[in-house]
Write a protein that binds this ligand. Structure first.
Ligand code: SAH
Length: 199
């Protein structure tokens, strides 16, 4: 089957293609760690990845997945700023703490909303905290950086969040931001991708 409308590979490609070795990237929703791995490979051993998740079990899965790829991660408390040193930092806490945990600009920030695949389907990202994290992400983004957000509109609670995220991106001032939407136009229930880059 064609992979044209698979959204996660688009998200990873558009986020990772702006990353150079040694740079800083953020994963707002670590989940099973697939995006974290992709970012970590793009920034290399001299770069830094900060990945958030509210579920310890997700971060454990992320750490295990990274280890399978010979990458070691450090668990980091959500009430402390991450150091400047290279590495993959797994923060167990809400992504709305982003600006407290990170004080430097990031080159790429990725979010994959919804619930943990294979996990608790009632534990989902929530509109209010998602919007806080997205606003902080724009504030932290480097001049040629990108924010890539995959939205899931069809699980219980997903439509509200999708509406909030759509509104967030649609009203970004065009003088300041380029905003791209990638969507399977004949599948309204499918996940879709917003990407923003400073103008
Ligand atoms: N990117 C992942 C999938 C993410 S699933 C992958 O590639 O596998 C969404 C994740 O968001 C879940 O693991 C869930 O625990 C997490 N999450 C939910 N609310 C959150 C919040 N407020 N802050 C950070 N993570 C959250």
């Amino acid at each position: 089957m064609s992979t044209l409308t698979r959204i996660v590979p688009w998200s990873q490609q558009l986020a990772c293609e702006v990353l150079q070795p040694g740079e800083l990237a953020v994963d707002l929703t670590a989940g099973k760690g697939r995006d974290t791995l992709c970012l970590a490979k793009a920034v290399g051993p001299g770069g830094q990845v900060v990945a958030f998740d509210v579920q310890q079990v997700a971060l454990q899965q992320t750490a295990a997945f990274l280890e399978e790829h010979d990458l070691e991660a450090t668990f980091w408390p959500a009430d402390q700023a991450v150091p400047d040193s290279p590495g993959i930092y797994l923060v167990c806490g809400c992504h709305s703490l982003l600006a407290k945990v990170l004080h430097r600009s990031a080159q790429a920030i990725i979010a994959n909303l919804g619930y943990l695949p294979g996990g608790d389907q009632t534990l989902i990202t929530q509109p209010e905290t998602t919007l806080l994290a997205l606003q902080q992400s724009l504030d932290l983004l480097a001049p040629c950086g990108r924010l890539a957000v995959t939205v899931y509109p069809s699980h219980h609670g997903g439509a509200d969040e999708a509406q909030a995220v759509d509104q967030f991106f649609q009203v970004l001032p065009r003088e300041l931001w380029q905003v791209l939407l990638i969507k399977a136009a004949n599948r309204p229930e499918a996940p879709y991708l917003w990407v923003a880059e400073p103008n």
